[in-house]
Design a protein around this ligand. Structure first.
Ligand code: DGJ
Length: 696
């Protein structure tokens, strides 16, 4: 049984981990255990009652409450902050019952109620047993009559074992430089990571990984998690004065408020978290598996090799030039031809057109039909770029609805890339987008949409709102999910790519809608390797769209650039009409190879072998789930210098089985490849891709 109830404790077990909570002697719902699964339910401890340290540090402050509300003498980070109608701003949450839900997955609901006010808080726990993940979310219900205001409602607080000192890993970045992996000790105090930008952002990602001891890629304890949300978020990693470590995560409470009227509920986004004692690599593989099997709309579908001319031509798209490129792309074996920005009315540059989603008749006098037909005749699928949430002042949409943009009317509005954001919190704006995009998709045989978003919010005003304008942050994201979700349902055959100027909205929320993500606008292969390492911490290779472009062509060979992109979902974005026939032929052969290894790369297990954090080398291998096939990629990034490429030990093979590694004469056992490894002897700026095959 994955959920056991024993002596007022709830024991939640996945294949390898356990999470236990229970009622302490004061009757409070307290956290007890998160870590390895023990052989018997009775082995798990009982709640600890830490007692009072002083009048400044009461038992309430020291108790690891499972979901603390702000109130009393607990000064640790709360999950819930409420102002009641009479002005009281203190919550006292008592345990009020539990319920096991018989759904597809095991689920537990624990109910808390405020002692004096009609507020109910349901804590939901859903178990993903094979991926060792626990999914938590919270539903707050107002059971009284006078409105209450929620000012913070986190999805979860995760307590780490009390006896540890921990290291936090997370990513930071900026546009063109996303997903830099950072590792730092958690010290007493509170480390906050967040976004206030309306998207999950390039700058930090709603993902965490915490470890203790000598954890590395292959061994050691890791606690990890991510928020299923595409808007403002917050992670508060707190180490108390008494050495307790807790991570609270949820919608950011910055400028947030939500009014609950009688009978209304507020449901938080889910927060997923897991535990493994097999290192960072295992934590990533659990996330990859979960994303492919339970999040992605087309998780098992292999992603096509695409061509996108954005970097090659920018806004200069028109029917004849795109048709020429389509011929060249098809000859190389490309399967999906995508027309990026610049195709719609008035879009000569980034100062006009956003909002008017009809073809520019100067560029496409016959509409998109003939180009789509041509692409289909070439045996490729057709994709199109849109940026639905945005509008330029120079557009028919803005001229008709200037009040639809986010702004404070008394303030000058800030434009970024000459564009403004439509207020998707408004139902009329949502309906307009659904109708407009539905028409575009119904009138044209489109197979793929790239959904972009190229700025962050400013002056978050909402003029026509009936309630609290600070609901905007959540209602916008809910509106986005509604628009995109409706279109997804109506056009189920379409494959979607999420993008926000590269990786500005890479999160588990958007992956319920988008099949893949545009990883970064930085397509220089050397820079990409670092970005891809950060991206792979949470996201599987099929989600990571990676183009071979002309960026970095001066110092990296075409093969090096292909090898880097072949580690993810391969695309091409170079100026094909400037490539020589020999280059296009070489590209054709890499695409052919990629198609043969694609099932292993996109659906297999990924093992990071060498990290750019340790030296100028990167290497990783993928292994199919049945252990019969693998692929090895290795890169030496150094400029000419003394670094010698290290001996590589492969991972994830069956130790008893015998494997051949392409380019090596002898076959060897999986154990030999993993324990002894192989010498690739890669020189500066050399790379290799090798197939691995089980031969016994
Ligand atoms: C930003 C994206 O990341 C690029 O790939 C491209 O689509 C441009 N926007 C187009 O404006």
């Amino acid at each position: 049984m994955p959920i056991t109830i024993l002596d007022q404790r709830w024991i939640l077990e996945t294949d390898q981990s356990a999470y236990v909570l229970g009622l302490n002697t004061a009757g409070k719902l307290a956290h007890i255990w998160w870590g390895a699964r023990l052989p018997r339910a009775v082995d798990y401890p009982r709640p600890v009652d830490p007692g009072e340290w002083s009048s400044f540090d009461t038992a309430a402050h020291r108790t690891p409450l499972e979901y603390p509300g702000w109130g009393g003498t607990d000064y640790t980070e709360p999950c819930l902050k409420v102002t009641f109608a009479d002005g009281v701003r203190d919550t006292v949450l008592d345990y009020a019952g539990s319920q096991l839900v018989n759904g597809e997955l095991p689920e537990l609901i624990l109910t808390l109620r405020d002692r004096d006010y009609p507020l109910r808080v349901d804590l939901h726990y859903r178990l993903h047993e094979t991926t060792n993940l626990i999914e938590r979310w919270v539903v707050v219900t107002h059971e009284g009559s006078q409105p209450v205001t929620l000012e913070r409602v986190f999805s979860a607080q995760w307590h780490l074992p009390a006896d540890g000192t921990y290291t936090l890993r997370h990513t930071v970045g900026r546009w063109n430089d996303e997903m830099r992996l950072v590792r730092e000790p958690l010290m007493p105090g509170c480390k906050v990571l967040e976004s206030r930008r309306l998207t999950s952002s390039h700058h930090a990602n709603p993902w965490f990984s915490v470890d203790r001891g000598s954890t590395d890629e292959n061994q050691g304890e890791v606690w990890f998690g991510a928020l299923v949300w595409s808007g403002n978020w917050k992670l508060a990693a707190e180490v108390t004065e008494f050495g307790a470590t807790r991570l609270s995560m949820g919608v950011n409470d910055w400028d947030f408020a939500w009014t609950l009227h009688a009978g209304e509920t507020f449901t938080t986004p889910a927060c997923l978290a897991g535990y493994t004692h097999y290192g960072y690599g295992a934590a990533s593989r659990l996330c990859h598996d979960y994303i492919r099997s339970e999040v992605l709309p087309h998780g098992k579908t292999l992603h096509p090799v695409l061509y996108n001319a954005w970097e090659a031509v920018q806004f200069a798209v028109d029917e004849p030039s795109q048709m020429r490129l389509a011929d060249l792309a098809a000859e190389m074996g490309v399967e999906l031809f995508v027309v990026d920005d610049g195709w719609f009315k008035g879009r000569e540059n980034d100062r006009a057109g956003l909002g008017d989603w009809t073809p520019d008749l100067r560029k496409f006098p016959r509409g998109l039909g003939p180009l789509i037909q041509k692409v289909h005749d070439c045996g490729m699928r057709f994709g199109l770029w849109v940026e639905p949430e945005m509008v330029n002042a120079n557009s028919d949409l803005f001229r008709a609805h200037p009040d639809w943009v986010i702004q404070f009317p008394t303030r000058a509005r800030t434009e970024a890339r000459n564009q403004m954001i439509l207020n998707l919190a408004r139902t009329d704006v949502q309906n307009h987008l659904i109708d407009t995009l539905d028409r575009l998709l119904s009138e044209n045989a489109i197979d793929f949409i790239k959904w972009d978003m190229n700025r962050n919010v400013s002056e978050p005003g909402w003029q026509t709102v009936d309630g609290d304008p600070r609901e905007f942050w959540v209602r916008y994201v809910q509106g986005l999910y509604r628009v995109w979700g409706t279109l997804r349902n109506r056009h189920a055959q379409i494959f979607w790519q999420g993008c926000s100027g590269g990786g500005g909205r890479a999160d588990l929320g958007i992956l319920h809608l988008a099949d893949q993500l545009w990883t970064s606008d930085n397509t220089d292969a050397k820079a990409r390797l670092r970005i891809q390492e950060g991206f792979s911490q949470l996201f599987p290779a099929n989600v990571m769209e990676a183009w071979v472009t002309d960026a970095g062509a001066g110092n990296t060979s075409l093969s090096f650039r292909f090898h880097v992109s072949m580690c993810g979902s391969l695309g091409v974005g170079g100026a094909l009409d400037c490539w020589s026939a020999a280059e296009r032929e070489e590209a054709r052969s890499w695409i052919e190879l990629y198609k043969s290894i694609r099932p292993v790369v996109q659906q297999g297990y990924q093992y990071r072998l060498l990290s750019l954090q340790q030296g100028p080398f990167a290497a990783l291998n993928y292994v199919s789930k049945d252990g019969s096939q693998g692929v090895l990629f290795a890169f030496h990034l150094d400029e000419p210098g003394p670094a010698v490429f290290p001996r590589l030990r492969l991972r994830g093979l069956d130790p008893q089985a015998v494997y051949r590694v392409e380019g090596v004469e002898d076959t060897r056992s999986g154990a030999a490849w993993m324990e002894d490894g192989l010498d690739l002897g890669l020189g500066c700026l050399e790379s290799t891709v090798r197939r691995i095959e089980r031969v016994d």
